[in-house]
Design a protein around this ligand. Structure first.
Ligand code: 0PR
Length: 386
């Protein structure tokens, strides 16, 4: 740190220069991010709450009530008005918290967690931290968890099963009702990772574009991750962890005698915890309402369909699976996908290169015109590689 402070003007000038290196969603060229531009009104309310700490609800009861209202709205979105939980730093913390509760609930007696190979890497981190063993099971040819493999792997050491509703790579949704049956028959905790799908599937259902059950409607589901900082259009950091009822939070409750006269319940991994994300989520949900989110999801799905059709028209691209939501995976024949991704990067397109495919997220910042331009560039790149 320099001895003498800089003026505001100087600081802003330096920041402008330094931050211009960052990519902007508004370019339409970011096709590899689950995050997007937050709503303007959420940015505004985020910045008026910067000093507020949800780690001390004695000082900030107003903020704490707003977080509770957010959890209740998310609960209704996920078919359970009694859900309890928190806005946390992201899907990673949400998934860690779910397994932490599962582990404590059985008094550390069991340590195996059955997960599909499509699960996000946050579960590996959770297993590391909590000393759990992950038992990975393969997928069906629809890229969903293979239920018969789950049944084979269940044993007396099985602590939990993870189902994914909106997988990171292809946006597929596991058969949650079947996992629910298995979890109830075997008295095993069932967590659903809907970090991405939580703000998509309910609206697909409204639009008649999805029929299955993926949330608390399945009676075995004990907890769900749902991230407002992905398709919820909220500022980062805003993940969400919801449990079926408050009893699950009591398992990790800690009161501290010197905070809030010992009356404050702490039921999160974090101690000091920003209220601004919760306030911004509250704002977004109140401002858009169900119909607002539904229109945004509708647009993303329409744009995904445009991309799907355009990719099908190209000779050398194969879409891995018809998309369930606004995520598409495709591969190129007769050429290394990495070479294609590198050449497209030179044209400004930012894609995810996965082991099996190239992944595209069709987010609210991605318009049909961007996708058409992308496919035209992809075609040129493929033609340039013989
Ligand atoms: N669960 C699922 C299904 C996810 O896809 C992700 C993140 C998580 C949990 C973890 O969420 P947090 O990253 O909020 O802790 N999936 C994205 C991914 O790995 C995260 C991401 C977002 C990466 C934007 C890059 C990016 O620019 O693709």
């Amino acid at each position: 740190m320099q001895e003498k402070g800089f003026s505001e003007e100087k600081i802003l000038k330096i920041l402008q220069k330094r931050l211009c290196k960052d990519q902007k969603y508004s370019s339409g060229k970011i096709l590899a991010s689950m995050c997007t531009n937050p709503l303007e009104i959420s940015k505004k309310t985020y910045s008026i709450a910067l000093e507020k700490n949800l780690g001390d609800e004695f000082l900030f009861p107003g903020s704490s009530n707003l977080e509770k209202e957010v959890i209740s709205m998310l609960g209704v979105l996920l078919s359970n008005s009694h859900a309890a939980g928190h806005i946390v730093s992201g899907g990673t913390e949400a998934n860690i918290t779910a397994l932490w509760v599962a582990k404590k609930q059985c008094n550390n007696r069991k340590n195996e967690v059955i997960i599909p190979i499509s699960a996000h890497y946050s579960f590996e981190r959770a297993a590391d931290i909590l000393g759990l063993k992950l038992v990975e099971v393969p997928l069906t040819n629809e890229f969903k968890i293979d239920i018969s493999e789950v049944e084979n792997e269940i044993n007396r050491q099985t602590l939990a099963i993870i189902g994914i509703a909106g997988s990171t790579l292809l946006g597929t949704v596991d058969d949650i009702p079947k996992l629910s049956d298995i979890s109830l028959e075997n008295d095993v905790f069932l967590h659903v990772d809907a970090a991405f799908g939580g703000f998509v599937i309910p609206f697909l259902k409204d639009l008649g574009l999805y029929e299955g059950v993926f949330d608390f409607e399945a009676p075995g589901v004990k907890s769900i991750t749902i991230d407002p900082h992905k398709m919820g259009l909220c500022p980062i950091p805003a993940g969400g962890i919801l449990f079926r009822d408050t009893s699950f939070l009591s398992i990790i409750n800690r009161s501290v005698d010197y905070i809030g006269l010992g009356k404050v319940n702490l039921t999160t991994l974090q101690g000091t915890r920003p209220a601004a994300p919760s306030i911004a989520v509250w704002t977004a949900m109140k401002s858009l309402g169900r119909s607002g989110y539904r229109s945004i999801v509708k647009k993303c799905i329409e744009n995904t369909a445009i991309l799907y059709e355009e990719l099908k028209k190209l000779d050398r691209t194969q879409v891995i699976i018809k998309p369930t939501m606004n995520i598409i995976g495709f591969t190129c024949s007769g050429v290394d996908d990495k070479l294609v991704v590198d050449k497209l990067l030179k044209k400004g397109w930012i894609l995810s290169l996965c082991q099996t495919c190239i992944r595209i997220l069709v987010m609210p910042h991605t318009e049909a015109k961007h996708l058409k331009e992308f496919v035209s560039d992809l075609n040129d790149v493929l033609l340039s590689i013989k």
